[in-house]
Design a protein around this ligand. Structure first.
Ligand code: SF4
Length: 471
């Protein structure tokens, strides 16, 4: 018997926040009676959930959109939608360049999906009618009129929506053991290079008790790793004066066997109390992702980061001295406007001094609509790329050194997936956020999602190798 349920397919770009949003969109669609499919060609609705933070993912979105027109040829009633940050930021461009996109909505209008889809269905039916009339008319003048009508047959979310009505409870989680919990949305920081405050709006924290009960329920239903998400989790405000440290402390008090991770932290808001909570926590992973972006206070000022090199280093010192075995990761931008060789050397020295376990390294790419565009003194692209290359080399050596020094250590972790290169091996993420590849200790057992103890045998550039010694 043919399954009459409508099917959806979501293509997700960007960070965990976007993955979490896609899970929420999937949940909302399932509630509307849709079924998920892994195949675009089987779908009645294809949504691209976009990321505008960097140029590369945005360009990828456009290339995907170009491909989708072929699907429309085969299935004219297919609804093609674009959502997320690019939709919010580039809606005018999308409309001009991709007339077959039926639905455009920003991250804050996910709660409107039922209404938007109903309208999109009607709009697609209207488009099909207009197209068939155009075919039968064959007359250029009449067709021009029809084309104008076609432009009107597109549905937009409310881009000014405050996001208060997000269907947070309807999340359809991809994993049965790892869960993302968005604790806040938006950002108030306006770093001069960043589009997020414009695309995701101002900070809005979810209520303290709601998050606590969501995490409790996840732990009770067997989730083993909970990641708390926000653009700047350290400025979380639970509504009754509760801070992120308070939230983490309460979550840590929940009984059960689980790990808690969080991201992203802003150095200006990471409090001493948070460090203390982490230091004595049972469930909170000893890992902090703390973007420093530049080692030069002058460049940090131009970036509007609101901290100095000294403040950042002081924070690292406190973190390392108070949280035993902590691992640190970061984000760095090479070649921001006015960055001299001296400024860049400050970044190099900070990287060498802190010795992060790993780092996300980027060269500065201008983003339309950001304040940084008006800063004079752009660094030539080849210099940005050359500086990035130097940073990559330095960080690879540091990571390699740290990984090699871990040989012989025993770590607890969760088996995340089969190893990418061998079906007989497993990929394990340790409590402190290292990835270890280890041979499956027994055949016929599904280890995915299980806690294991692993002994590190060898460290490489990007990964560690080990043996599972307890499962
Ligand atoms: S803290 Fe800065 S970089 Fe991070 S999202 Fe906010 S504005 Fe963007």
């Amino acid at each position: 018997m043919k399954d009459n349920k409508k099917k959806f397919h979501i293509i997700t770009f960007g960070c965990q926040m976007n993955v979490a949003d896609s899970e929420m969109i999937a949940g909302a669609l399932m509630k509307l009676g849709y079924e998920k499919t892994d195949s675009k060609s089987e779908a009645d609705l294809v949504l691209i959930n976009t990321c505008a933070v960097r140029t590369k993912p945005e360009a990828k979105v456009y290339s995907h959109l170009g491909d989708l027109i072929k699907l429309k040829d085969v299935n004219p009633s297919l609804i093609v939608g674009i959502c997320g940050c690019v939709a919010q930021k580039e809606r005018e461009n999308i409309i001009k360049r991709f007339p077959y996109v039926d639905l455009v909505f920003g991250p804050k209008s996910i709660g409107e999906l039922p209404r938007l889809l109903e309208l999109a269905d009607k709009a697609v039916a209207k488009k099909l009618k207009i197209l068939s009339e155009m075919k039968s008319q064959g007359n250029e003048k009449a067709n021009l009129k029809m084309r104008r009508k076609l432009k009107g047959a597109r549905i937009y979310g409310d881009f000014e929506n405050t996001g208060d009505n997000l269907p947070e409870k309807d999340v359809a989680r991809e994993s049965s053991f790892k869960a993302y919990v968005t604790i806040m949305r938006g950002c108030n920081n306006f770093c001069s290079y960043c589009v997020v405050p414009y695309t995701r709006g101002r900070e809005q924290s979810r209520p303290f008790d709601v998050i606590l009960s969501e995490v409790r329920q996840l732990v009770e239903s067997g989730y083993k790793e909970i990641t708390l998400l926000g653009q700047n989790v350290n400025s979380y405000n639970g509504g009754g004066g509760e801070t992120f440290a308070d939230l983490l402390e309460k979550i840590d008090a929940i009984e059960g066997r689980f790990y808690v991770r969080f991201m992203t932290s802003h150095p200006k808001d990471l409090s001493d109390r948070l460090i203390d909570v982490m230091a004595s926590a049972r469930h909170v992973a000893p890992h902090i992702h703390l973007p420093f972006q530049s080692g030069s206070t002058r460049i940090l000022e131009l970036m509007n980061r609101k901290y100095t090199r000294e403040h950042y280093l002081g924070l690292i010192d406190k973190i390392k001295s108070r949280i035993p075995g902590v691992t640190l990761t970061t984000d760095v931008i090479a070649g921001f406007a006015q960055e001299t060789e001296e400024d860049f050397n400050d970044t190099v020295s900070l990287l060498n001094f802190v010795r992060f376990d790993s780092a996300f390294l980027f060269f500065y790419s201008e983003r339309e609509g950001t304040a940084a565009l008006s800063i004079p003194g752009a660094v030539p692209l080849e210099t940005r790329l050359e500086r990035l290359e130097r940073l990559v080399k330095i960080q690879m050596d540091i990571t390699f050194d740290i990984n090699r020094s871990m040989a012989g250590e025993i770590h607890e972790g969760i088996v995340e997936a089969p190893a990418p290169k061998s079906k007989k091996e497993l990929s394990i993420r340790t409590f402190d956020n290292h990835v270890v590849i280890a041979r499956a200790p027994a055949a016929g057992i599904d280890f995915i999602g299980s806690f294991v103890k692993v002994k590190i045998t060898e460290g490489f550039n990007f990964v560690l190798k080990g043996d599972i010694i307890e499962y």
